[in-house]
Design a protein around this ligand. Sequence first.
Ligand code: PMV
Length: 360
Amino acid sequence: MEELWFKEAFRGELPDGFHGGTSWQSPSNIALVKYWGKKGKQLPQNPSISFTLKNCRTETAVFYEKSDHFGLDFSFEGKPHPAFQSKVEQFLLDQRAFFPFLDQLELRIQSRNTFPHSSGIASSASSMSALVMCLLDIESMAKGVSDIDLRKASCFSRLASGSACRSVFPKMALWGVTEAVNESSDEYAVSLEQEIAPVFADFRDSILIVNEAPKEVSSRAGHALMDKNPYAATRYAVAKQNTATLLEALRTGDIEAFIRITESEAMQLHALMMCSDPSYILIKPNTLNIIESLRVFREEMGIPLCFTLDAGPNVHILYPMQYAEMVERFIMDELETYCVGGQWIQDQVGEGASRFQYRP
Ligand code: PMV
């Protein structure tokens, strides 16, 4: 597939005076079945499934001007950000075979997140997918076409930052080959929007900030440790089975199965970290306090809520929209105390990447 996009690349001379700008927003996503372990060029060892979020997003504007060389001036939240600049620059330079017009453009990129960057929420999925949407939009303008192929956007987002490939699609996405979905691929994610029962289409995600420090072990290092993890083969087999079971639960609206698989996946992710060599622990005591309280509340109230974790200590509490009021009250009364500075973010399933009017 990458080969095809390579052939389709715009290889001509850009017209004189080719300048303009585009801006896109793209959301973060939270995995239910986790991608943990990779092979080849950012390819997953097992399929993963995620909710696309609505409120946690990156907004990016790219202004371009014809030039005789590639140039980049990057700012994040109004200020230069050397670390992000070099990540973006490296990605763009690596993609020049697919986007040869980059050698004829000076770019000015402005980017910001809608969520606090001290929240410990990873922004690479939202930021890299927003950047890719802008890049493909510029390519479309150079070709004189208006459509952006979301699978292509997903593929390049994957090359920029693994799980970013799931962010471009509305509601839910599946990344990685599974027999359960015909069009599934390791190279890009596919939309599950048409495959899910209505209850999941506006599911809530309340993100409880347990610790705001940057991760002690990066995802990149964590994926690499899977190569020698003694449980890796079993993990990949279980994740494949969980993918099939969760897909069925999503289709039929089986919330009990949804809860069972989602919580088991979160626990497995962190168990894999704990039995890596070297071993490491990203959850904190308050992560466990929240999980314990949540399970008691679920038992007592009979409300179908559950938790998931990404590669960090923060807890995502997932529940159907109809229980929003009761769960919010529970969070405020019993869980806020475990959040750093009482901080939590209200989010829900959202619509994926979209054009957006960037106001500096
Ligand atoms: O996309 P990466 O390399 O940051 O890895 C993401 C890993 C998890 O968030 C833990 C799981 C997932 O599928 O998003």
